[in-house]
Design a binder for this molecule. Structure first.
Ligand code: URA
Length: 299
């Protein structure tokens, strides 16, 4: 099949360069900017572009790119071939438009700027942690922990962040250490959404106070958003969104403003919703969700 010569701009806005095909050593034509600034005194030998990475997309032990993309759920092989021809696929940051290239599943591939995880050994689970369960893969005190719910899985899973034993809800589990690390890093400010039951009534200015910030023992905290979901005379249900990961942060913050938490559920982490996964159950994230998580983590 003839590879498409022309590719559109990368839709995801990521900086991409044409991949080294391994079959032509020149390849400089597409790289030239045509700015017309070359002066006669400059050398005429081809520049070396020392900072240009070379990506091997002809690994004889590799797997065909369209096959890997199709297996990852991007679309049929035909659709994936079209995506490649259209210049919408990059491998390790370099656009690949040639058909039939072979890569390793551990290489980094994006389609339209969205990371596609090709490595089938990587696992991404959305677990609904039940009340009373300790956030640990193996609790030293022998209490019921997360590890008990995924004991039949052979991968070494990490939990992304923590929930108190008396908080239930979404906890991401993965064996992708880099992603797990980044999702917890304050630098990426991944938002977490909680539903808290608090004693009512909720004063009108509570949202404003929480947005402006509350002083705690270990420093100030503020919410990214707050809304009252339901309000009854003695009890209210409020939704709190924040990018903080400090211990007991939601409980401490609401207690500080006079509304100690009665029950707490985490319903969302970044782009991932708890959905209807029941307490004690987990589901595999879809490839779209994994791509969205990668984007949230700046990968
Ligand atoms: N904030 C809390 O207070 N508890 C949690 O489990 C998570 C956030």
């Amino acid at each position: 099949m003839t590879p498409a010569k022309k590719s559109g701009p990368p839709p995801g806005g990521r900086k991409r360069t044409p991949a080294a095909t391994g079959r032509s050593s020149g390849g400089g034509k597409a790289q030239r900017s045509g700015s017309g600034t070359t002066r006669p005194s400059q050398p005429t030998t081809p520049p070396q572009w020392p900072d240009r990475p070379t990506v091997d997309v002809h690994d004889p032990d590799g797997v065909r790119l369209q096959k890997l993309l199709a297996a990852a759920g991007v679309g049929s092989r035909r659709v994936c071939e079209d995506l490649i021809s259209q210049g919408r696929v990059d491998v390790d940051g370099q656009v690949v438009t040639e058909q039939g290239v072979r890569i390793r599943p551990t290489q980094t591939v994006h389609v339209d700027g969205v990371r596609i995880q090709l490595d089938e050994s990587r696992v991404y689970l959305a677990f609904n942690k039940p009340l009373g369960v300790v956030t640990s893969m193996s609790d030293e005190l022998g209490r019921v922990d997360i590890g008990d719910f995924v004991a039949n899985r052979k991968e070494r899973l990490f939990h992304v962040g923590r929930l108190d034993a008396d908080t239930e809800g979404l906890l991401l589990l993965t064996n992708d250490g880099e992603l797990a690390h980044r999702l917890q890093h304050p630098r990426y400010g991944v938002l977490k959404t909680y539903l808290a039951q608090i004693p009512g009534p909720v004063p009108r200015d509570l949202g404003r106070r929480l947005r402006e910030g509350v002083q705690l023992d270990d420093g100030p905290v503020s919410v990214d958003s707050f809304k009252v979901v339901d309000s009854r005379p003695g009890k209210a249900l409020v939704e709190v969104v924040l990018h903080e990961g400090r211990k007991h942060i939601v409980r401490r913050m609401l207690a500080e403003v006079g509304h100690p938490v009665l029950t707490l559920v985490r319903t969302r982490v970044g782009p991932i919703n708890l959905g209807d996964t029941k307490p004690g159950k987990w589901r595999n994230l879809t490839s779209t969700e994994v791509g969205a998580l990668y984007a949230a983590a700046g990968l």
